[in-house]
Design a protein around this ligand. Structure first.
Ligand SMILES: Nc1ncnc2c1ncn2[C@@H]1O[C@H](COP(=O)(O)OP(=O)(O)OP(=O)(O)O)[C@@H](O)[C@H]1O
Ligand SMILES: Cc1ncc(CO)c(N)n1
Length: 282
């Protein structure tokens, strides 16, 4: 295990999202996980009970500690909380010349709690996007970042173009939140500035989807750290998260976490699933 990935994100005490989901996902890929906490959340499957941001100095020191010591093959950002923390993170990315920056623009937890202040949206667009390799918004996040309503695939394409023009080399707009019209399948769309690539698998009817977004972006990060192309990374991440949702065990009383170890536990099923991903370009 000689590849490393750094997650810069919030802690989810419930273990299904945030730093915990990222580190578990890195480990499942045999990528050594490093972390810098932006905030501590008191959270479980029922919701977010409290948000405690880490002091700016504390965040900066964590970034300096890992940046000055480790070669880092890929970096993922999750909950960044506010503008000051975004600035601190962008500063470190530039200072240490980190490459392979995967940004999950976490804004609101499934229960509706804010994990990023509204004032920070501009900083995300103007400061973080220009240093971003892959941004992975869900549909509501893509709507906020672009100011466009997204209903159709052509709306999604337009949003991806806007994010590309704002600096993101690759944009993945995830389909978990797409409305009932394509509810039997979930389609994730990747844009590289020229080509749109679509990845489709059946929608799983489950309430245990806490942390799917974090897990998906962390799997992309781990794959990129291992040297995969972004297209391969997105495809493999989709299989990873599909397995994780398919094998949840309903922990907690609310929206349960996914099973990050499912692909390892059921490798034959994962291999079949990989062959079932419908992938096409446009
Ligand atoms: N019910 C489902 N069945 C199959 N795949 C799903 C389902 N829900 C989400 N996914 C997949 O999980 C990944 C995350 O998608 P989603 O749009 O839910 O992200 P998110 O809203 O950012 O997640 P989170 O709620 O954790 O922030 C995508 O690859 C998506 O295709
Ligand atoms: C800490 C944290 N990061 C991200 C998410 C989004 O799922 C969450 N619920 N909690």
């Amino acid at each position: 295990m000689n590849r490393t990935a750094l997650t810069i994100a919030g802690s989810d005490s419930g273990g299904g999202a945030g730093i915990q989901a990222d580190l578990k996902t890195f480990q499942e890929h045999l990528v050594f996980g490093l972390s810098a906490l932006t905030a501590v959340t008191a959270q479980n499957t029922e919701g977010v009970q409290g948000v405690y941001p880490v002091e700016i100095d504390g965040l900066q020191q964590q970034l300096d500690s890992v940046g000055s010591d480790f070669t880092i093959d890929a970096v993922k950002t999750g909950m960044l909380f506010d503008e000051a923390r975004i600035e601190t993170v962008v500063h470190a990315i530039k200072k240490f010349k980190w490459k392979n920056i995967i940004v999950d623009p976490v804004m609101i937890a499934k229960g509706g709690d804010h994990l990023l202040t509204e004032e920070a949206h501009t900083a995300l667009l103007e400061q973080l996007l220009p240093v971003t390799d892959v941004i992975t918004p869900n549909i509501p996040e893509a709507e906020v970042l672009t100011g466009k309503t997204i209903r159709t695939i052509s709306d999604r394409k337009e949003a991806a173009r806007i994010l590309h023009n704002a600096g993101a080399r690759y944009t993945v707009i995830k389909g978990g939140h797409a409305d009932a019209s394509d509810s039997t399948n979930v389609i994730d769309m990747l844009f590289d500035g020229e080509t749109f690539t679509f990845f489709e698998l059946p929608r799983i009817d489950s309430k245990n989807t806490h942390g799917t977004g974090c897990t998906f972006a962390a799997a992309i990060t781990a794959q990129v750290a291992l040297g995969q192309t972004v297209t391969e990374a997105v495809k493999n991440a989709k299989v990873f998260v599909q397995m994780a949702i398919a094998h949840t065990t309903s922990l907690g009383n609310g929206f349960g976490p996914t099973h990050h170890g499912a692909l390892r536990q059921f490798p034959n099923e994962a291999a079949v699933l990989a062959g079932e991903v419908r992938q096409w370009e446009d």
